[in-house]
Write a protein that binds this ligand. Structure first.
Ligand code: NAP
Ligand code: MG
Length: 399
């Protein structure tokens, strides 16, 4: 082995849980350490460490990301009641991704890794479609109420130093449900800037959709804020880059996405993005082939896989069985972070290595060597299903 590639600044490394934690170690051992003199600021976000540090470690890792600008994150367990018991937790800690997003304030961009042997369910799709999901507010931090008997429900807003303003929601004649949700102009503005910046950095058109015909004020604000920021800050940059910003209603967007040939970014409100990114991932093949990056308005990038810790495979691994878990999205989280580090630090060797590792990974699958999840989908003569580690060694052979 010749000289290893050196790094100027570190990447923030956020380790995680279960099967993805096992894969994490293997990726570093087989595909990174032999080639790169890796510099990371290591944070163990494994559930035990989060519990031991009262979840301080998660906050620290997010603040380190603010400092170093680039992070790579392994999938982590979001505890529920069953996990509290399984791990004997002091508390049902919040989702690490929620904590990190709250500190970095950004937009989650998800894009599938295209491989020629897995054809998208939608025949017209030739290029990947990235979904940009607003990661703040709406139904994810809403107040809801069950109404048991007749009564009036109103929205009440008390402006600082002003008179209260009321808006009737509904006069209930019987039982029912109500919901109050919010967003802030600041968060919508930073969502817009993250999307425009990502479109410019990847040279792809940006689509944005809401339901502003029904929610004239709520979704109307999203539309207006995007338009204002586009016109004042991005229009000439988009013209120079020969890309387009385009707004449409969500139902029209869905129809256009299905008819399109792909190759653009689809910006969605929080809930729309949650649902649509899973649809896009599945239609492109597999959740295990979906990458994810959190882009903050002040230019921080946190890369991860879109899938979770693959618990079912981990329990098999604990019984001593070999598993065929797909490491692609986690490998691409590493390459995304290494490339971005290389771009920011102006170290083309590092960015070049990320490109080569991605090409070698895709070539391995296109040569017919793949994990079980893809084996079931691939249209490829002589395809072979292999265990995770053998798959990584096949990538190494091609690197
Ligand atoms: P999951 O880990 O994504 O796995 C769901 C199923 O999808 C797996 O059982 C497996 O199907 C398939 N799958 C996902 N990734 C795969 C891969 N890389 N290779 C092969 N198959 C893959 O979701 P989950 O089981 O709902 O959640 C498990 C844990 O992950 C939970 O504790 C949850 O809180 C956490 N989670 C974390 C994140 C994150 O950190 N970003 C995101 C989601 C969930 P088969 O079993 O049929 O093979
Ligand atoms: Mg979801």
């Amino acid at each position: 082995m010749g000289n290893k590639i050196t790094m100027v600044n570190p990447i923030v490394e956020m380790d995680g849980d279960e099967m993805t934690r096992i894969i994490w170690e293997k990726i570093k051992e087989i595909l990174i350490h032999p080639y790169i003199d890796l510099k990371t600021e290591y944070y163990d976000l494994g559930l035990r460490k989060r519990d031991e540090t009262e979840d301080k470690i998660t906050e620290e890792s997010a603040f380190a990301t603010k400092k170093y600008k680039v992070a790579v994150k392994c999938a982590t367990i979001t505890p529920n009641a069953q996990r509290v018991e399984e791990y004997g937790l002091k508390k049902m800690w919040r989702s690490p991704n929620g904590t990190i997003r709250a500190i970095l304030d950004g937009t989650v961009l998800r894009a599938p890794i295209p491989v020629s042997v897995v054809k998208p369910s939608v025949r017209t799709w030739e290029k990947p479609i990235a979904v940009a999901r607003h990661a703040y507010g709406d139904v994810y931090s809403a107040a809801e109420m069950q109404i048991e008997k007749p009564g009036r429900v109103e929205l009440l807003y008390t402006p600082e130093g002003g008179e209260p303003i009321r808006e009737l929601v509904h006069d209930f004649k019987g039982s029912g449900v109500v919901l109050g949700m919010h967003n802030t102009s600041d968060s919508i503005s930073s969502f817009a800037r993250s999307c425009f910046n990502y479109a410019l950095s990847t040279k792809q058109d940006l689509w944005f959709s809401t339901k502003d015909t029904i929610l004239k004020k709520y979704d109307g604000s999203f539309k207006d804020i995007f338009e204002k920021i586009y016109n004042s800050e991005y229009k000439t940059k988009f013209l120079d880059a020969n890309i387009e910003y385009f707004y449409t209603l969500i139902d029209d967007a869905v129809a256009r996405v299905i008819r399109s040939s792909g190759g653009f970014i689809w910006a969605c409100k929080n809930y729309d993005g949650d649902v649509m990114s899973d649809m896009i991932a599945t239609a492109f093949g597999s959740l295990a082939m979906m990458t994810s990056v959190l882009v903050s308005p002040d230019g921080c990038f946190e890369y991860e896989a879109a899938h979770g810790t693959v618990t079912r495979h981990y329990y098999r691994y604990l019984k001593g069985e070999n598993t065929s878990t797909n490491p692609m999205a986690t490998i691409f989280a590493w390459t995304g972070a290494l490339r971005k580090r290389g771009e920011i630090d102006n170290t083309p060797d590092l960015a070049g290595f990320a490109d080569r590792l991605e090409r070698a990974s895709i070539k391995t699958i296109e040569d017919g060597i793949m994990t079980d999840d893809l084996y079931c989908l691939a249209e490829c003569p002589g395809k072979k299903s292999v265990f995770t580690e053998d798959f990584m060694r096949a990538i190494k052979d091609r690197l």
